[in-house]
Design a binder for this molecule. Sequence first.
Ligand code: ZN
Length: 282
Amino acid sequence: MRLGVIDGRAVLVRGDRAADVGRTSQGRLPADPMALLEQWQTFRDWAAGLAEEAYDIEVDPAALQAPVPRPRQVFALALNYPPHAAEAGFTLPEEPLVFTKFPSCITGPHTTVGLPAGKVDWEIELVAVIGMPAHRVPVHRAWETVAGLTIGQDLSERVCQLRGKPAQFSLGKSFPGFGPTGPVLVTPDEFDDPDDLEITGLLNGEVVQHDRTKSMIFPVPDLIARLSAVVPLLPGDLVFTGTPAGVGNRRTPPRYLTDGDHLVSRIQGVGEIHQRFTAPAP
Ligand code: ZN
């Protein structure tokens, strides 16, 4: 099942058609995607029996918005792929390195991002969306708490991110528009293996990041177990699971996003998101 958002309303997406959840359920289920995530199991049971005729909306991909527009908590992982940890000059972490992207930075799949002053970098990431209250979840039950997977860009302004000793990541990763997500939320059952998905980042058509999510040091179930051991997770929470190698500040010479750049972030079975970048206002 693929859940999208159009005009602020939750829609089920199948191919190039969509069904409006609130209207098709005649108000039994909420139109608002955040409210819908609070009733995820009811929604899934209802959606499973939905007739083909319900898909009466033609989808313009550019009209899709963030599948989870107002998450209460956004977790993000540093150094969760061995080649990225190596390129950043670190040994593999023994515990997940967690920071946040403040929720106001979360946007949708097709956006234009105004570049703040500094050095803005790309980080394609698989994002897990929590679908039920989850506290102290064991690893073997962790996938049950996931509503679905989507794509995220953990856009990062490196000067702000790395300022100070020890550095604090969260502000430099939370400028307006720094958390594009989408194009849809895809339920785990849609994948042959949700722990092994091809992940590819392209800058102006050139592949700059490419790996498989099975390379993660802490896979999705492990992350959920470790995060929920401390923090009660809530429906709609996002977990940005870390980026593969190939970010701009570890290239020789370093490469940062500039006016006119076009970034495509693609994950097998989910789709792709598109970001364009414009220079800051003088
Ligand atoms: Zn990241």
